[in-house]
Ligand binder design. Structure first.
Ligand SMILES: [Zn+2]
Ligand SMILES: [Zn+2]
Length: 271
């Protein structure tokens, strides 16, 4: 069984009841946290998941809304974890790890070796990378087009055998780019950033500031042959207008489109 729990759908400046974008993917005993913003401890608590359950954390890029929760997660392990509860395996590019290490230095220092005890998988930033975290779970990281200061990676998760054949793709933060079709090819669920709306802000229709619109997300879902589209990382100025973004994406893409509420759990069933 594969389950995706949406922890937050906000962009960099979050909404009142919907903080920064983050997701938890449960696959058997593996618990992959996809991005780790400043409120991650509250976000996990809100869905009844202990930080001790997290086996892997993927950081798409260094921006605070995706990475500032890292020192908090390590702090939790220093203060709250018992001897059997290991720190999770961290997955990021070398550039992003540099930023995470700097964050740790200025926040809490070494924390009794907790930080060092967290295993690391360094993935390439400039090309596609593949990491097998379990014999039947493959992670593919794909360079996106976001920010020179904070180069970003999309994440594709593929499962097989005992977990069923499932593909989930997360764009992270990105403007339009040719890699998204590859990232999301035949995905059962595409979690695509839609920071902006081309309907409400036509001047942003081509994507702006390294971000996409709901229209772009819809086009990418169609081009990739994705089955379902979740719109996330939505600018706070659109709070209460989610319907507009959904309809905007639906004009491009025939499959189901939704804006998850924080805490929504989606189970992917075997066919
Ligand atoms: Zn962001
Ligand atoms: Zn960003």
């Amino acid at each position: 069984m594969v389950e995706v729990i949406f922890l937050g759908m906000g962009a960099a400046i979050p909404m009142r009841n919907n903080t920064n974008a983050a997701y938890l993917v449960r696959i058997g005993n593996e618990r992959i946290l996809v991005d780790c913003g400043p409120a991650v401890l509250q976000q996990l608590d809100a869905v009844g998941v202990s930080p001790a359950e997290i086996t892997h954390v993927f950081f798409s890029h260094r921006h605070g809304d995706h990475a500032l929760g890292y020192p908090m997660l390590m702090l939790w392990h220093e203060i709250k974890a018992n001897a059997r509860q290991q720190a999770p395996t961290l997955i990021a590019s070398a550039q992003t790890f540099d930023a995470l290490d700097a964050l740790m230095r200025v926040s809490y220092g070494p924390l009794d070796g907790v930080t060092e005890s967290a295993p690391r998988i360094t993935v390439p930033q400039e090309r596609i990378g593949q990491t097998q975290i379990h014999p039947n779970i493959m992670l593919t990281t794909v360079p996106m087009a976001h920010s020179d200061f904070a180069p970003s990676l999309g994440l594709r998760i593929e499962t097989r055998h005992q977990f069923g054949n499932h593909i989930i793709a997360f764009t992270g933060d990105t403007g339009p780019n040719d890699h998204i079709a590859l990232l999301a090819r035949d995905a059962e669920l595409l979690v695509h950033e839609a920071t902006y709306s081309a309907t409400l802000n036509p001047e942003y229709a081509a994507g702006v500031y390294g971000h996409s619109t709901a229209q772009i997300a819809g086009r990418n879902a169609k081009a990739a042959g994705a089955k379902r589209l979740a719109l996330v990382h939505i600018d706070a100025m659109y709070e209460g207008q989610e319907r507009v973004l959904i309809e905007e994406a639906q004009r491009e893409f025939d499959g189901p489109v939704f804006v998850p509420v924080a805490g929504l759990s989606l189970t992917l069933h075997d066919e």
